[in-house]
Write a protein that binds this ligand. Structure first.
Ligand code: FMN
Length: 332
């Protein structure tokens, strides 16, 4: 495949997406401000943080808020998690007014609080359940349903091909593989050969659904490497986008055969304030300043001698204090 072909539109069921560089769902990170910022930076498609189907069915206010769409988010996916089918009907009624372009099912979360209910990566132990969930959702709505999963529960149970087949049996419109087992958590290294295997499986079995890849996409050039190595249809930046939304435009430049623009300290500072302002719009100034701490530390990662700046940032409770804290940061 030549470089021009690696960046292209993708079709997810009835949803056409202009490009194939996605922002992955990241609980605790991919809220409205961060998704907005990544779209401004070039993300082609975005996912909400994972939303509990049961929480939706209970009409929990905190759960409903997770489904709000960012003002510049023309298209987005709402990601749901569930350990059974009990709440699905009620959940879909709560979700319907939000009109997402895709509903994604989380089958990868390794957190015990989630897996002990049979949800997240525990779904991989029960492929029949994913068939049922996807089938119910596709029966209840016209919104394409997609599934994001891992290679298996552990090294002894790497059942991602059988699991993919189960999702396809239910009518899934796309598959995303995070190339690690549940036991591996987020440790290095994701095994991209499993992503290649999944794409091959879909081709051999004449499934035209797109396959997306996730795992260890920390640099813009990783997108090109994954697309080239695996032959998949698109990639999802996850931790690589935290503190580094520039990864999207850089990856686009690389896929177009150009040299990406290096990220300067001035660019990082500008992104911090843009992010903070989007946070203030969503949460109000004080909460925004608190929530921005972890993001700001990520933006500053790799810049030498930022200990004092970070110290000032974690104490800042207003935009003015943020400005003061970051004024110590000089462009090199
Ligand atoms: C803090 C954090 C939160 C995450 N939340 C979700 C989530 O809500 N839904 C999901 O499908 N995956 C979630 N993931 C997994 C990521 O989407 C991605 O698949 C994983 O981080 C691997 O990509 P990476 O190695 O490039 O970071 C999360 C990962 C992290 C680190």
């Amino acid at each position: 495949m030549n470089e021009q072909n690696l960046y292209h539109p993708v079709q997810i069921g009835s949803t056409s997406v202009a490009g194939n560089l996605f922002l992955a769902p990241l609980a605790g990170y991919t809220d409205i401000p961060f998704r907005s910022l990544c779209i401004e930076a070039g993300a082609d498609f975005t996912y909400t943080e994972m939303v509990s189907a049961e929480g939706l069915a209970r009409e929990g206010e905190k759960t409903l808020v997770l489904m709000d769409r960012a003002p510049n988010e023309d298209q987005y996916a709402i990601q749901l998690f569930m350990g059974n089918t009990d709440s699905l009907k009620a959940a879909i009624e709560q979700l319907r007014p939000y009109q997402p372009q895709v509903i994604d099912i989380n089958c990868g979360c390794p957190v015990p609080k989630v897996t002990k209910t049979g949800a997240g990566s525990a779904m991989m132990k029960n492929p029949k359940l994913i068939t049922e969930v996807v089938r119910i959702l596709t029966d209840l709505t016209d919104i394409p349903v997609t599934v994001k999963f891992r290679t298996g529960w552990d090294a002894q149970n790497e059942n991602f091909l059988a699991f993919a087949q189960a999702a396809l049996d239910g009518g899934a419109s796309a598959l995303t593989l995070h190339a690690r087992t549940r036991t591996q958590g987020y440790a290095p290294f994701a095994d991209w050969s499993k992503i290649t295997e999944l794409k091959r499986y879909c081709i051999e079995h004449h499934y035209s659904v797109p396959v997306f890849g996730s795992g260890d996409l920390f640099h813009a050039e990783d997108a090109k490497r994954m697309l080239e190595q695996t032959g998949i249809d698109g990639v999802m930046f996850a931790r690589g986008a935290i503190g580094n939304p520039f990864i999207f435009s850089q990856a686009k430049a690389i896929l177009a055969g150009n040299v990406p623009q290096p990220v300067t300290i001035a660019m990082r500072k500008h992104a911090i304030f843009r992010h903070l302002d989007l946070m203030i719009d969503t949460y109000g100034e004080k909460t925004a300043c608190t929530l921005m701490r972890k993001h700001t530390c990520s933006y500053l990662k790799g810049i030498p001698n930022t200990a004092t700046v970070k110290q000032a940032v974690v104490q800042a409770l207003s935009r003015e204090q943020y400005e003061e804290a970051l004024s110590q940061l000089v462009d090199l």
